[in-house]
Design a protein around this ligand. Structure first.
Ligand SMILES: [Zn+2]
Length: 426
């Protein structure tokens, strides 16, 4: 049940509904495509100006020396801070400002920020400029309704989440920006009635089979790396995929298909490099001496990353025992440990309570199939009291005609504002 102050906080959010829609649309109109990382400075300056007007102290931070940071594409971030009337805890909202490529199949301008039928459309609408806008409105509404609050509110807008977050949250965490923070909410599009506790683990690796080049008319004089890779893939189909399907997790991962270990083969390249599309000649007859695949293995909190890697090495050794002529190499590209915040953590309990007040239902607790910036807050920032909570339908992320619902944004902004009241309020 909402009390009088809860109602006035929710009214303050409601009074800012048009402002929230305009803010979301403005953010969409700044095309922060990543890669390569366009307009990061513009989006940060825009937010800096707005938050400064609302009384926040704003810092613009370039992740100098981070991966992908360059003079041409600098990795800009902002951290905005509003200190309350007296000392207390710090609640930090973190949203990434980068968006992925547009792709085909749009019926609206992907960077138009079009508003129709109660939705805001555009690339990044749900992932996650809608969530970022909702968190800004939540903070502004709460400050207006409870000017005498204790503690502090921080809002960060960070770079590169879509490419690993190293020029964004990881950099800020390394620089100590989370050292004094008590609670983190990341408004990723998990939906307004769901609390996302964390994510599965990731291991990306490149696997290469090596043969010997020869003339294609005399393949018996060479050793075909593509055929070796064919045998590797066959062995994966026969043994590895069935094994992964038997590994189930206690983590409440959504959707259901991700409640088990999964493996995607991202790409395969073998033999001669592909020529430019304008090349009109024929390929040369060669036996391929190299074939590479990129593996994307998602693992569970119950699994050890050492075992995950050993599964692949053991498989390769099995194939090699049958085909002794080939060599192989496995190169690690990227790894992330699974992360899961405890259901009893203060931020989880508080957001759950606020969801009950605003939506009059109990929240659903979920875990994301893929990773997001929580990994850096957990591992580098050493802060476990972190969740993802925000408006939007996860399935729409990275799709054509991406949108975020205006009612969903307003409801989740109310949940965030009531969360602030419970953690910092009078
Ligand atoms: Zn996102």
């Amino acid at each position: 049940m909402k009390d009088a102050l809860d109602i006035s906080i929710c009214d303050a959010v409601e009074a800012r509904r048009d402002d929230m829609v305009a803010l979301c649309a403005d953010l969409i109109r700044i095309p922060t495509l990543n890669p390569p990382g366009l307009n990061y400075r513009e989006v940060c300056s825009y937010l800096a100006e707005r938050l400064a007007k609302s009384g926040f102290k704003v810092e613009m931070i370039r992740a100098e020396g981070a991966p992908a940071d360059s003079a041409k594409h600098p990795r800009w971030n902002i951290v905005a801070r509003y200190a309350g009337a007296e000392a207390g805890e710090c609640v930090h909202f973190n949203g990434h400002h980068d968006v992925v490529e547009v792709g085909h199949g749009w019926s609206v301008d992907p960077f138009g920020g079009e508003v129709k039928d109660g939705r805001v459309y555009g690339r990044g609408a749900c992932d996650m400029k809608g969530g970022l806008a909702a968190s800004v409105i939540a903070a502004e509404a709460f400050i207006a309704a409870c000017p005498d609050f204790k503690g502090s509110i921080e809002i960060s807008a960070t770079a590169d989440e879509e490419s690993g977050g190293f020029g964004g949250v990881a950099y800020l965490a390394q620089q100590g920006y989370f050292d004094h923070v008590d609670h983190v909410i990341i408004p990723e599009p998990l939906h307004k009635d769901r609390i996302c506790l964390g994510h599965r683990g990731v291991w990306w690796a490149e696997l290469e089979t090596k043969g010997r080049i020869a003339h294609g008319s005399m393949p018996f004089l060479g050793d075909c790396a593509v055929r070796h890779m064919g045998a590797v893939l066959e062995e994966m189909e026969r043994t590895l995929f069935p094994l992964l399907a038997t590994k189930h997790t206690e983590m409440p991962v959504i959707p259901d298909g991700a409640k088990q270990s999964t493996l995607n083969i991202n790409s395969i390249h073998g033999g001669e490099a592909e020529q430019d599309p304008d090349y009109t000649g024929l390929p040369a007859p060669c036996v391929p001496d190299r074939c590479r695949i990129v593996l994307d293995r998602r693992f569970l909190i119950e699994e050890d990353i050492g075992d995950v890697k050993a599964e692949v090495t053991t498989l390769m050794e099995r194939v090699k025992a049958e085909r002794p002529s080939f060599e192989y190499e496995i190169r690690d590209l990227f790894e992330v440990q699974p992360s899961m915040t405890d259901r009893d953590a203060p931020v989880v309990q508080t957001v759950a309570h606020a969801i009950e007040k605003v939506l009059e239902k109990a929240p659903e607790y979920v875990v994301s199939p893929g990773t997001y910036d929580q990994k850096h807050i957990d591992r580098i920032g050493k802060l476990k009291n972190c969740i993802a909570y925000g408006p939007g339908v996860l399935d729409l992320a990275h799709q054509p005609d991406e949108w975020v619902g205006i009612d969903d944004m307003a409801d989740s902004a109310k949940v965030m504002a009531l969360t602030l009241r419970e953690l910092l309020g009078p």
